[in-house]
Design a protein around this ligand. Structure first.
Ligand code: NAD
Ligand code: TYD
Length: 348
């Protein structure tokens, strides 16, 4: 039996990773440590919550004592660390929350792993899940590789960059076994409707405007969340100690083109006349420090570990839209209460 700690497992990507590990590896005990912030939702894991090899632990990674407690109690062999504050716009409003969870929380986990693995590192692994945003912004050409210098521009990406540096430093200084992956923008079921794709799906359903920042010419590389979970599985099991892997969708889209495609899919699914949803597009004030373009060179993980995305963007978007339309209750539950306050503050 292996005891694996997954942090942030009630969030968007974490829930897909937890499900995959619980279902694929019955011989692992999967412990999901999550503080259940606004972004964490145990409904995301309803289908596996009673599995014999799964246990939810409510806890805050910023709380050093409770992180140590759970390491002591469950003697983890591996950690897959996803818990984070993850939204750039929120980081602009409240950077300190990002310092606390993303930096201090990560260092607490590193300290616990260092302490509990100090006499026997055999088979142990600390996997830190990070983002391509640490590399900063590209111009019209070029790709981020694993050796691109870090150049973060938002409080979110600065906090993730800092946590990556700490993980690497613990590897060098204390010989902590680790791997890091830096992934591009994910999308899919259970995505919290503050990020571009789920926000716009929700707004189209509600007939609200679609707030495109600036001129809409910003570019992101998009990956279906289950393909990211598959990559995480591979990196966790086969990734080389002390290495970084970039993960991306080979799938760049300008925001405005993506939004137009999403509008077409939504019109079709909702049985509306072509062009209806596009009429909701509204160009709004730009995000401060907005990164022009992210694009990932994912050749290392492809060549070394044989990973490649399995879902095309059109298939993935359609599956995502279908999921949101079939899970309107999930959507209305996460968009009630505090979400309305957030929305008014951000978009009024
Ligand atoms: P998310 O915001 O949907 O989920 C984050 C989860 O972490 C939530 O369940 C939340 O409750 C939990 N959490 C937050 N603070 C915590 C704390 N102090 N203690 C314990 N749990 C806490 O995020 P996501 O989009 O699923 O991202 C997961 C990870 O993947 C993050 O580390 C993020 O930086 C990284 N990442 C995300 C993307 C993306 O496109 N979403 C891309 C690349 C990398
Ligand atoms: P987002 O989903 O927040 O991810 P990230 O900032 O981590 O890439 O945003 C994706 C892109 O969409 C980014 O260029 C900002 C833009 N955007 C909008 O134009 N309007 C919005 O309301 C949001 C949330 C994002």
């Amino acid at each position: 039996m292996m005891n694996i700690l997954i942090t942030g497992g009630a969030g968007f990507i974490g829930s897909h990773v937890v499900r995959r590990f619980v279902n694929t590896y019955p011989s692992y005990n999967i412990y999901n440590l999550d503080a259940l912030t606004y972004a964490g939702n145990l409904e995301n894991l309803k289908d596996i919550e009673k599995a014999a090899n799964y246990k939810f632990l409510k806890g805050d990674i910023v709380d050093e004592a409770s992180v140590c407690e759970i390491f002591k109690e469950y003697r983890f062999d591996g950690v897959i660390h996803l818990a984070a504050e993850s939204h750039v716009d929120r980081s602009i409003k409240d950077p300190l929350a990002f310092v606390k969870t993303n930096i201090i929380g990560t260092v607490n986990l590193l300290n616990a792993a260092k302490e509990f693995w100090k006499d026997d590192k055999d088979g142990k692994k600390f996997y830190h899940v990070s983002t391509d945003e640490v590399y900063g912004s590209l111009g019209q050409t070029g790709l981020f590789t694993e050796t691109t210098p870090y150049d973060p521009n938002s409080p979110y990406s600065a906090s993730k960059a800092s946590s990556d540096h700490f993980v690497r430093a613990y590897g060098e200084t204390y010989n902590l076994p680790y791997v890091i992956s830096n992934c591009s923008n994910n999308y899919g079921p259970n995505h919290f409707p503050e990020k571009l794709i789920p926000l716009f799906i929700n707004n189209i359903i509600e007939g609200k405007s679609l707030p495109v920042y600036g001129d809409g010419k910003y570019t992101r590389d998009w990956l279906f969340v289950e393909d990211h979970a598959a990559a995480i599985d591979l990196v966790f099991h086969k990734g080389k100690n002390h290495e970084t892997y970039n993960i991306g969708g080979f799938n760049e889209w300008q925001n405005i083109e993506l939004v137009q495609l999403l509008c077409q899919i939504m019109d079709g699914k909702l049985g509306k006349p072509a062009g209806s949803s596009e009429k909701l597009i509204e160009y709004v004030k730009d995000r401060p420090g907005h990164d022009l373009r992210y694009a990932i060179d994912a050749n290392k993980i492809n060549k070394e570990l044989g990973w490649y995305p399995s879902v095309t963007f059109e298939q993935g978007l359609e599956r995502t839209v279908d999921w949101f339309l079939q899970n309107k209750e999930w959507l209305s539950r996460v968009t009630s209460g505090a979400y309305q306050e957030y929305y008014n503050k951000m978009y009024s």
